[in-house]
Design a protein around this ligand. Structure first.
Ligand code: 5AD
Ligand code: SF4
Length: 481
């Protein structure tokens, strides 16, 4: 395990080991020597900033990047006026890409003031060939680029970058490798994400994820359980199991195991009080899973169940593999079996061929399911996906009209659902001091609703009972009882 390895004892005069993760420890030690020399020369520590775009998977990957930077001897900072800045990018919608290009202009300005600064790009966006071409041509000040499949090699690539005056670019098409036991620097001491699988095999026709994250690969259950036990030993009480489609976890393992079975094992781990997971695909959500959730004391009362569209023909064109009726039946079953379960969703508006009638179907599902929250997205054309070459792309004004109407319904239903909790006393995990008012702390209920209440920093990381007094749309003001 990483904790037991003393990087300073690694013999750096020998050849790098071939096997992983030993090879990466070797390069961490090499980076550390380099960083130490540089910081002695400058008479100050070297600072590194990791900036995350996109989803929880990326947030977890950023903790891995931060862990390696820390082992290499960098001090972490939030400020981008640093010696090294790394952007962990997202490409699920085009606006994520545009944000990265915009920020890169700012970084270029910073680098002009500090020519020693190193700029690193990684993550999903880097798996697109057109992006790499654009960066090579127009953003030549970037020092290192790698993708999603070789993130485990970050220490090795970092060292190559530190030793070279030319940009280092290493993008893999795919991998079946999962490297365990690399260092991780967690953002929160009391909660943590855990990857249980990587990639996606679903190929929803609008989605770029299967192309940039590769085929579905599950981690071995024992590796997952060991990691969680270790986290529990470190004081983590809430975990979130991460995968693009957790409901199909374990199917491709040598000894197949279901996601529900994995959850039962996680439930047994002492010290873990709350279990969350993301994301569920409706087509794979089994009765076994509903049963396990129902009986569990630790699985949170929150299920994120992306709908994408409520119109069966659009769902078919999206390759979602369920109909409106099947989705409704599933949501109804969950509401019947576990009435206090919050259900949230993702919806896309403006998929090719979508009409106002299709949107009305989606609105009908929103009204029937009564989502506790819904993320609504405008369809973004992703090059290389089947939907990008579909003929009937929707005009902007139709998209806008549909989007506004849907958003209104979503907000009304979410507000009504949240308001149902008024007056209840429920346990909340305190996460942080309120950003606007430091006499308040911010906690999260099992069902993912946020509650702000008077309290101090010593409560952070604790689960306390809170009376929900005032409902403000999506969040509550409350008091500790
Ligand atoms: N355009 C708009 N939204 C998208 N999503 C995925 N791909 C696209 C796209 N091309 C949304 C889906 C998914 C969420 C993470 O992002 O709703 O569930
Ligand atoms: Fe994309 Fe569909 Fe896979 Fe989700 S399930 S990552 S939307 S292809």
């Amino acid at each position: 395990m990483y904790n037991e390895i003393d990087l300073d004892k690694i013999d750096l005069s020998s050849e790098p080991p071939r096997e992983e993760p030993a090879r990466q420890y070797y390069y961490m030690a090499k980076c550390r020597r380099h960083v130490k020399a540089e910081s002695e020369r400058l008479g100050r520590p070297l600072f590194a900033a990791v900036r995350t775009f996109g989803c929880q998977m990326n947030a977890r990957d950023s903790e891995k990047l931060a862990g390696i930077l820390e082992s290499a001897g960098y001090m972490e900072t939030d400020r981008e006026e640093a010696d090294l800045v790394i952007y962990n990018t997202c490409t699920v919608r085009d606006n994520a890409n545009q944000r990265v290009y915009g920020r890169l202009g700012v970084l270029n300005g910073l680098k002009k003031k500090n020519p020693h600064m190193k700029i690193v790009l990684c993550g999903c966006m880097m798996q697109e060939q057109s992006v790499i071409e654009k960066i090579r041509k127009s953003y030549r000040f970037v020092d290192l680029i790698f993708g999603t499949h070789n993130i485990f090699k970050f220490a090795e690539l970092l060292f190559a970058m530190l030793e070279s005056d030319r940009p280092v670019i290493d993008i893999w098409e795919g991998t079946d490798q999962i490297v365990e036991d690399l260092p991780i620097e967690r953002k929160y001491p009391f909660k943590s994400g855990i990857n249980i699988m990587f990639g996606c095999n679903n190929f929803c026709s609008y989605c770029i994820v299967p192309y940039v994250r590769g085929r579905e690969r599950s981690r071995a259950p024992q590796d997952i359980l060991n990691e969680i036990k270790k986290l529990a030993g470190d004081g983590v009480i809430e975990i979130m199991l991460l995968g693009q489609n957790v409901n199909s976890y374990g199917k491709n393992l040598e000894n197949p195991i279901s996601f529900a079975q994995l959850l039962k094992e996680v439930e047994k781990i002492e010290g873990i009080e709350r279990i969350r997971f993301m994301t569920s695909h409706p087509k794979d959500l089994s009765d076994e899973l509903i049963q396990v959730m129902k009986e569990s004391k630790k699985i949170c009362r929150h299920l994120h169940l992306p709908l994408q569209s409520g119109s069966t023909p659009i769902l078919q064109a999206m390759n979602r593999r369920y109909t409106k009726e099947q989705y409704l039946a599933l949501a109804e079953k969950i509401r019947r079996e576990i009435p206090d379960m919050a259900i949230t969703t993702d919806i896309i508006v403006g998929f090719p061929g979508e009409t106002m009638e299709d949107i009305e179907e989606t609105i009908d599902v929103v009204k029937k399911v009564q989502y506790d929250n819904a993320f609504t997205f405008i369809y973004s054309k992703r090059t290389g996906t089947p939907a990008a070459s579909m003929p009937n792309q929707v005009p902007e004004d139709v998209v806008k009209k549909g989007f506004d109407k849907l958003l209104k319904t979503v907000q009304e239903t979410a507000k009504a659902r949240t308001a149902l909790l008024r007056g209840r006393i429920l346990p909340a995990l305190v996460e942080e001091i309120n950003a606007q008012d430091d006499t308040l702390v911010t906690g999260r209920l099992s069902n993912n609703t946020i509650v702000h209440f008077p309290g101090e920093a010593s409560l952070i990381g604790k689960i306390v009972n809170v009376r929900l007094k005032e409902c403000h749309g999506f969040y509550y003001l409350g008091e500790r009882v």
